[in-house]
Design a protein around this ligand. Structure first.
Ligand code: COA
Length: 111
């Protein structure tokens, strides 16, 4: 896990994080968030770039993730970093209110 630390600017020690989990078959699955109030300042981009660099150096051949179809901010961030949509899980996740949600699967080959 990589974290964004804002203590040098008087902020909290953790204002964002990205987890990278490399499967035995070489795909690095990521999950990330930037704390509300710290979004829209480029932190997500910095975290994602750092995760790509780390996964590449660790020997992964591909990055992968899942996102909600309505998560415009995340989808745009990932597209800008070279991720492409590879498919969807249809009506896959049951939410507490009973709804069944799709998810978007995205991937990005690593050099
Ligand atoms: C998705 C998330 C990590 C983005 O982090 P961030 O620090 O705000 O991202 P950045 O500031 O680096 O933005 C990078 C690009 O993403 C896109 N983006 C970010 N926020 C956006 C928004 N609200 N609407 C549309 N596009 C957005 C833009 O293209 C932006 O580039 P620009 O600023 O040059 O226009 C953050 O919104 C977040 O933590 N959301 C809640 C948790 C979450 O959804 N995690 C991902 C689960 S799949």
């Amino acid at each position: 896990m990589l974290v964004a630390d804002a203590t040098s600017t008087g902020g909290p020690a953790m204002v964002g994080q990205i987890s990278v989990d490399i499967a035995p078959y070489g795909v690095a699955d990521i999950g990330m968030l930037v704390v509300d109030g710290w979004r829209g300042q480029g932190l997500g981009t910095v975290l994602l770039d750092a995760a790509i660099t780390w996964a590449s150096a660790a020997g992964a051949h591909k990055m992968a993730l899942e996102a909600w179809p309505h998560n415009t901010a995340a989808l745009e961030l990932y597209r800008r970093a070279g991720f492409k949509e590879e498919g969807r899980k249809r009506r896959h996740y049951r939410r507490r209110n009973g709804e069944l949600w799709d998810s978007v699967l995205m991937g990005r080959p690593l050099p």
